[in-house]
Structures are given as structure tokens and as C-alpha cells.
Design a protein around this ligand. Structure first.
Ligand code: FE
Length: 197
């Protein structure tokens, strides 16, 4: 039986302010994200799914177990992708690959932001990498992520209302814009080269 544990937040609860306030991050990490782990562990207890890793659960299950496993993983990834110190720039192999696929970083940023801002209802905007190295933007509903489709996440932006509504109310586009100032590009590039989780 594999019990899945929510990793500690990699920075203080107020470290992302004013991009995300302490209250916003507290509800998101300590209530929403924690609940996905509690639900997942309850759902797989005593079942064959209890022997699977989080990736295996995402690749092979459907319904409530998938939803909670995927959301547990998605937020694990999201916290690592965010940087307390604003203003990091994309660089290295990832910069080159984004420019090759989208023409320029600015063109990519516009396309990704449009995608994030127009997801209807709950979901995530992803920059995903296929096994052949192709990059693409995926707008996926609810907890779906690139792993479900045999790809890897490079960037992911949670656009569930729970992720921004305390700080941004209905202004999702402002949240998306601020997200780009708080990307941990070191983590994104490491994960782009070799998946870290
Ligand atoms: Fe969330």
C-alpha cells in the first residue's frame, strides 16, 4: 500500500506575495491541494490501485482516483514551478526550443496566455513536450495533464478559480500575466531536460 504524502511547500506561505497572497496560497496549498491527497489515499485504500505510483495512477486510472491523483501531481509540479523572486528569464535549451516551436518567446507567451485565459471552467494550461521533443500548448479541463496523454509537462498554470479568486477575483488575465514574472525557469528547464517528478 502506497500512501501518498503532500510535499512541503518549497518556500514560506507568504513568499509569493504580492503575486499570490499568504491567504490565497494557504487555501490553495493547505486546503485544496491537501484535500486531493486525503481523497486519493482514501480512494485507493485496500484497492489494487494502492500499489501504483502517482504517475502510474495518472496513466492508468479514470474517474475519482484519476482526478485526485492528477491534481495532487499537478500542484506538486506547480509549487516547484513558481519562484518567490520575480523576473527570471527563460534560458538555455528551453529558450531555444520555445523559439524554434513558436517563433519567439513573446509569441509563445501570448499564445500560452490566450490559452490560459480562455479555458472555460476549471482546468490547466500546459506547455507540454512529446517524446520526440515537440513542444505544444495544451488547454486541458479539470485535472488532466500532459502525462495522461503520454507527454511531459514543461510549464503548467492552474486556472481553477480556487487558484486566484481571493487575490484576483474575476481578473484571470492579470493572474496569468503575473505568473510569467514568477516562473522558476531553472526548474522548468531541468524538468524539460529530464522529468523531476
Ligand atoms: Fe489548484
Amino acid at each position: 500500500m502506497m500512501k501518498h504524502e503532500q510535499p512541503a511547500l518549497p518556500y514560506a506561505m507568504n513568499a509569493l506575495s504580492p503575486f499570490l497572497s499568504e491567504e490565497q496560497l494557504f487555501y490553495h496549498y493547505s486546503k485544496h491541494h491537501a484535500a486531493y491527497f486525503a481523497n486519493l489515499n482514501r480512494l485507493i485504500e485496500g484497492k489494487k490501485e494502492g500499489a501504483l505510483t502517482m504517475r502510474e495512477l495518472i496513466q492508468t486510472t479514470h474517474g475519482p482516483i484519476f482526478n485526485n491523483a492528477a491534481q495532487a501531481w499537478n500542484h506538486n509540479f506547480f509549487w516547484l514551478l513558481l519562484a518567490p523572486k520575480p523576473g527570471q528569464q527563460v534560458k538555455g535549451h528551453l529558450k531555444k526550443s520555445i523559439e524554434q516551436h513558436f517563433g519567439s518567446f513573446e509569441a509563445f507567451k501570448t499564445a500560452f496566455s490566450d490559452s490560459a485565459n480562455t479555458i472555460f471552467g476549471s482546468g490547466w494550461a500546459w506547455l507540454a513536450k512529446s517524446h520526440d521533443g515537440k513542444l505544444e500548448i495544451l488547454a486541458l479541463p479539470n485535472g488532466e495533464n500532459p502525462i495522461k496523454y503520454g507527454k511531459e509537462a514543461v510549464l503548467g498554470l492552474d486556472v481553477w478559480e480556487h487558484s486566484y479568486y481571493i487575490d484576483y477575483r474575476n481578473r484571470r488575465a492579470d493572474y496569468t500575466q503575473k505568473f510569467f514574472e514568477h516562473i522558476n525557469w531553472d526548474f522548468a528547464e531541468d524538468h524539460f531536460i529530464k522529468p523531476q517528478l
